[in-house]
Ligand binder design. Sequence first.
Ligand code: BEZ
Ligand code: FE
Length: 303
Amino acid sequence: MPKNTRPAEQISAEQAAVEQNLVDTVVASFNNTEDPRLQQIMQALTRNLHNFIREVRLTEDEWNAGIGFLTAAGNITDDKRQEFVLLSDVLGASMQTIAINNQAYKGATEATVFGPFFVDDAPEIPIGGDIAGGAAGQPCWIEGTVTDTDGRPVPGARIEVWEADEDGFYDVQYGDQRVAGRAHLFADGAGNYAFWGLTPTPYPIPYDGPVGKMLEATHRSPVRASHLHFMVTAAGLRTLVTHIFVEGDPQIEIGDSVFGVKDSLIKSFIQQPAGTSGPDGRNLGEQGWSRTRFDIVLAPGQP
Ligand code: BEZ
Ligand code: FE
C-alpha cells in the first residue's frame, strides 16, 4: 500500500447508519426549496459531497487543509485572476460541463474550454489582417470557412481569435495595457475568412497559486498543448468556443493540463520555407512561417 494511504476502514452497521442518517437529514433540509432546479442541485451536491467524505474517510486535518486551500483560492482571486475557474479547469469540471452543454451535433465543430484570457472589444481586423499587434512569434496564416451543418456558408459570422505569444504569455498578463495576439474579424459573403496569427507554442497555466501547488503535489504539469482560441458567433446558430491544436505537438501526448484537446481540433500547421512570401504576397523576409486550415461548422441554436 502506498505510504500515507488510509487503510480501508471496516465500519459497523451502526456507524454506517449514523452517517447515512446525517446525509438524509441534510438532503431533507432542502425539501422546501421553491425552485425545483435549485433543490435538485443542492440535494445532489449534498449526496455527492458526503459520498466523497465517506469514501476517503476524511480526517479533520484534511478537512482543515481543504478549507485552507479554498480560502487561498479566494484570496488570490480578483477581477484579473480567477483561481476557482482554474481549479474547475484542472479538475476537468469545465470540460465536463462543456461536454454536457455542447452535445455532438452532426458535423458541428467541437467546443473546448474558454480559458481566462478572452477580452471583450479586441480590435477588428479585415480579412487577411494580422492579429499579432507586435506579439513575438512565428507568423502563421490561418484560413477557412464558416458554414452551418447543412454546408451553407455563414456570411458575416463574427470570429474572435486570441493566443499567447512565443514566450507563453497573453497580452493581459504583461499588465501594461498592450493589445496583442487578439482581434476579431467577419467572414465574407461566401463564409470565408483568413488572417495572420502566430504559430501556437505550449505554455503553462498560471501556477503561482494554490492550484499550482496542488499540481506540483500531485506531479502534474501545468503546461497546455499549443493552441489558438476561437469564438464564433452568428445569428440563429450556437456560439462556438473552441481552439485548434498543433498536430505533432508532444504536449498533446504528454497531456493538456485542462483536458481541452479533442482529436477533431488537431490541425496540421505546415511549415513554409524561409524566404517564401505569404499567400497574400506578404514579404516575410528570411523568416519562416506556417499555415493551417480550419473549417468551422456551427450547430443550430441560439448564439
Ligand atoms: C488558456 O487556454 O489560456 C487557459 C485555459 C484554462 C486555464 C488557463 C489558461
Ligand atoms: Fe490559451
